[in-house]
Design a protein around this ligand. Structure first.
Ligand code: ATP
Ligand code: MG
Length: 281
């Protein structure tokens, strides 16, 4: 899948601002296939010069993504500047925060798609390391009333947590697994399970950042006291989030188990209301 892009085949369009460590732009990529010219919209991520010390880690994230391929993993075409497929509806957290009304089954679809990407990574023994709604990109909105599903793609992890300053890691609470605070250079597949749990929480809370407004001290104390995010009213979902965000990494579920549980949520009536009625009667 990996192929080189010549710099002159890239066209930079407008600046889209900044990511955590990047400057981002939209652009086009031109290539000749079968004697025909193809133009593709691309998303260009360049490491911000103030973060040039992270260069190696940025390059690593780009290389990783350009070497693996899965329908729910973002396509990355080029690595020096990260040249990615342009994903129309952008980051999922922002999309949900805009107050779109999305149904429970829409959210479950998103969760299942993320779980399938994680399952793929787990089978390949690849740790992502930065799973959160901000790094889920929405390629297709879908429309639950028409029966068409959304389609998401997991973006690159960006700079490795092993490189980051303590404060930046603390700020990633509650997405970052607690054990990562102790040993940031020892990321495991279980760490991604924790982050998946936090991301599920975000998806089902309209993209609201969990612990919004908490300072780093408060965030640190949450983990020191082994506390959990406020539970969802939907008991089965709360249970799955709780399993993923288990302080004992070894007890977190496998991807297979996560997928099985998500599927059973879908088939068992699947609306908060029906669930709530069941628990109040
Ligand atoms: P990090 O991934 O390092 O935690 P970040 O997600 O804020 O930080 P970037 O990954 O550089 O930084 O992305 C910045 C923003 O650009 C994202 O939050 C998202 O809104 C948008 N974005 C990123 N990649 C794409 C893409 N391929 N297509 C469309 N929008 C994108
Ligand atoms: Mg990102």
């Amino acid at each position: 899948q990996f192929h080189m892009i010549k710099y002159e085949d890239l066209q930079w369009d407008v600046s889209l601002g900044q990511g955590s460590f990047t400057r981002i732009f939209s652009g086009y990529k031109t290539d000749i296939r079968d004697g025909e010219k193809h133009v593709t919209d691309v998303f260009l991520k360049e490491l911000d010069v103030v973060h040039k010390n992270y260069w190696e880690s940025f390059f690593e994230a780009a290389s990783l993504m350009s070497q693996i391929s899965h329908k729910h993993l973002l396509l990355v075409y080029g690595v020096n500047i990260m040249v990615q497929e342009f994903v129309e509806y952008g980051a999922l957290d922002l999309y949900l925060q805009r107050g779109r009304s999305v149904s429970v089954s829409w959210k479950l679809d998103v969760a299942k798609q993320l779980a399938s990407a994680l399952n793929f990574l787990e089978e390949k023994n690849i740790v992502h390391g930065n799973i959160c709604a901000k790094n889920l990109l929405l390629a297709r909105e879908g429309d639950p009333s028409q029966g068409s599903s959304p389609f998401i793609k997991l973006s690159d992890p960006g700079i490795s947590v092993a490189m980051l300053a303590k404060d930046v890691i603390l700020d990633r609470i509650p997405w970052v697994a607690p054990e990562v605070l102790e040993s940031p250079d020892n990321l495991t597949l279980e760490c991604d399970k924790w982050s998946f749990g936090a991301t599920l929480w975000e998806i089902f809370n309209s993209g609201e950042p969990p612990l919004r407004g908490w300072d780093l001290d408060q965030k640190r104390q949450l983990y020191e006291r082994f506390l959990q995010l406020p539970p969802s009213q939907w008991t089965e979902l709360a249970d799955l989030i709780g399993q993923c965000m288990d302080y004992q990494a070894a007890f977190r579920p496998s991807c297979r188990s996560i997928i099985r549980q998500l599927n059973s949520l879908i088939t068992s009536g699947n609306h908060y209301t029906s669930q709530l009625i069941m628990h109040t009667t």
